[in-house]
Write a protein that binds this ligand. Structure first.
Ligand SMILES: Nc1nc2c(ncn2[C@@H]2O[C@H](COP(=O)(O)OP(=O)(O)OP(=O)(O)O)[C@@H](O)[C@H]2O)c(=O)[nH]1
Length: 599
């Protein structure tokens, strides 16, 4: 157990790619926490997929021993937090477990939208903040300008910002000293009953559920019985330990410390993030302020391309959900796609990560239907239905009105692209709330419908600004609008997986665009195929895919049977990734591509 005065708990907040993980690696290396030969790049990003995509998904933790220039021994606990908007909630909960933050800003870029969003979370959690200007080894680094920007835009003192290159190691020692001298020691009472905050939990194949905790008061000891206060369940603590970053067992953890426990818990779902853990008897009476649970905001259907893989998909989803309480699912049947699951995600990146993991780790090819947000459908009889799937839209004659979720989006963009960004937001039914300048960059705040953002807004934003814009959002609430369900019919059969909710004024444009896209995406068949978009019974757009006249084997005149078979086999292989709708084959990519909008 370490005395409180010699503990510092901190997190690193940064915009994506500003060097948070590299800096964490450097801090670990400089203090000899991991031997040089064991050092891999981005040590804290443990999952393969994270390493490949270079993004941090789960919060990770490491305990670092550091002997400061004053000769004293300190324990530094770093909780690494994700930088992407989808995981803003994970950032907020880990923030509550520490007292300070390093604010990392790339000195060649400056403050970005996620820098703001994350630093505001740190300020909300009452953190002391040490600004760090990273990437000073690069010629484009401009520390004075960026320090000024931090003061102007964020409003914190940056006169003592530390200049660092996480790449070369310059400034790392100064950063460690600043953590010890500028960040506060945690507070806590050793003699009080145990009060530990459940910060995070995940499933480990060998140890069962691992629970990351921050001890507020009292002591957590191996062998003791504890109570989870949210549901009064009792558990026998069989291991207590810390991350260095590998697990190291210890006998106990005291106030201010961060570590983990295991207690033969089988499912992540049995551990509620934000819960308070205390003694089974004479425990704390008042729990810590709970956190809000993560709510999925984007829903889509996942179906196996090969329907015989449904059970495998169920297995994969069950396993993934064990480790990810923010991912929700229920079984879904679709006339067109057969059996599958309707799944809820924190955002699009979360969706992509889960889909990739199913395809890659479980080797199941998937059809992903159009992502949708949750609509509130108010019926004439006063009932309110939460609509997760446009295919379940009730009969419109019984609907009184529909509300959709809206967001407050903050976009930072260099001046020259401002016009394009405003146009994009306007086209997506946005309402401009604010426009300010910080140097040569504009900061625009828009009120936008979430449904216009979930699909490809971020891709479009990146492409119209050549990657220079940064974007962050928060949900604000629900408002009523003129929304309708648009269905798509291929060869006169409705394809429910392609139905979407759209604004009435845009329905025709969207319908036309979708039919044109589908016409390109669906291969020609031996017969003519009408492709239609409709609202209720009314067709609003139509394209016709003409019939394929030539038989692929026709040119193999003569009787070369092998060649003919080869050609047919080739055609079959091409079909593998398609699903049949009535008599029509629709390729997998059509489901996503058809919904991408060009504006
Ligand atoms: N030249 C230079 N490159 C750096 C420095 N620090 C980080 N990088 C590079 O910048 C890129 C992003 O760094 P990361 O550490 O992955 O950024 P991050 O903020 O952790 O990103 P996420 O974990 O995805 O949020 C990587 O290619 C790093 O190698 C630095 O000081 N100098």
């Amino acid at each position: 157990m370490t005395d409180l005065a010699h503990i510092r708990n901190f997190s690193i907040v940064a915009h994506i790619d500003h060097g948070k993980s590299t800096l964490a690696d450097r801090l670990i290396q400089e203090t000899g926490t991991v031997k040089d030969r064991d050092m891999k790049e981005q040590l804290l990003d443990s999952m393969d997929i994270e390493r490949e995509r270079g993004i941090t998904i789960k919060a990770n933790t490491v305990r670092i021993d550091y002997t400061a220039d004053n000769g004293e021994q300190y324990v530094l606990n770093l909780i690494d937090t994700p930088g992407h908007v989808d995981f803003a909630y994970e950032v907020s909960r880990s923030m509550r477990a520490v007292e300070g933050s390093l604010l990392v800003v790339d000195s060649t870029q400056g403050v970005e939208a996620q820098t703001l969003a994350n630093v505001y979370q740190a300020i909300d959690a009452d953190h002391d903040i040490v600004p760090v200007l990273n990437k000073i080894d690069l010629p484009a680094s401009d520390c004075d300008r960026v320090a000024e920007q931090i003061e102007d835009v964020i409003g914190i003192d940056a006169s003592e910002a530390i200049q660092v290159s996480a790449k070369t190691g310059q400034g790392i020692h100064e950063t460690l000293e600043a953590i010890v001298t500028h960040l506060p020691a945690p507070k806590g009472n050793l003699d009080a009953p145990l009060k530990a905050m459940l910060v995070d939990s995940w499933y480990d194949a060998y140890l069962g559920v691992i629970v990351l905790v921050r001890i507020m008061d009292g002591t957590l000891k191996k062998g003791m019985r504890v109570k989870f206060m949210s549901n009064n369940t009792l558990h026998h603590v069989d291991r207590v330990g810390v991350f260095r970053p590998e697990m190291e067992m210890v006998d106990s953890l005291g106030p201010g410390e961060i570590g983990f426990l295991t207690a033969s818990i089988k499912q992540v779902r049995d551990t509620r993030v934000g819960d308070t853990i205390t003694n089974d008897r004479n425990g704390a009476e008042i729990a810590l302020d709970g956190f809000k649970p993560a709510q999925p905001v984007v829903f889509c259907g996942l179906f196996p391309v090969d329907s015989s893989e449904f059970e495998d998909l169920r297995d994969a989803i069950d396993k993934l959900a064990l480790n990810d309480a923010s991912f929700s699912f229920e079984m879904e049947t679709s006339a067109a796609l057969g059996f599958g699951f309707r799944c809820g995600f924190l955002g699009l990146l979360h969706l992509e990560v889960i889909r990739d993991r199913i395809e890659r780790e479980y080797d199941i090819e998937l059809i992903t239907t159009a992502p949708s947000v949750i609509y509130h459908v108010f019926m004439k009889d006063g009932e309110m239905i939460e609509l997760h799937n446009p295919a379940d839209m009730p009969d419109p004659s019984k609907v009184d009105h529909i509300e959709e979720p809206r967001i407050k989006a903050t976009i930072l963009v260099p001046d020259e692209f401002l016009g394009d960004v405003l146009k994009l937001c306007q086209d997506r039914r946005g309402i401009q709330m604010d426009l300010t300048y910080a140097g040569s960059r504009a900061m625009v705040v828009y009120d936008l419908p979430l449904n216009e953002v979930v699909f490809d807004f971020y891709d479009r934003l990146k492409s119209v600004t050549k990657g220079y814009a940064s974007f962050d959002y928060q949900m604000t609430g629900y408002t009523e609008d003129a929304l309708v369900k648009m269905s798509v019919l291929v060869n006169d059969e409705p394809v429910d997986a392609l139905s979407t909710m759209v604004h009435r004024d845009r329905a025709e444009m969207r319908g036309r665009a979708m039919c044109e896209k589908l016409k390109d995406l669906i291969p020609r068949h031996m017969f003519k195929i009408p492709i239609q978009a409709a609202i209720g019974g009314k067709v609003i757009a139509r394209e016709t895919l003409s019939a394929l006249r030539k038989d692929v084997t026709a040119k193999c005149y003569g009787g070369d049977a092998t060649r003919k078979r080869k050609l047919l086999d080739k055609q079959k292989a091409g079909k593998k990734k398609m699903r049949q709708f009535g008599k029509v084959d629709i390729p997998q990519e059509a489901f996503i591509s058809a919904l991408k909008m060009d504006s």
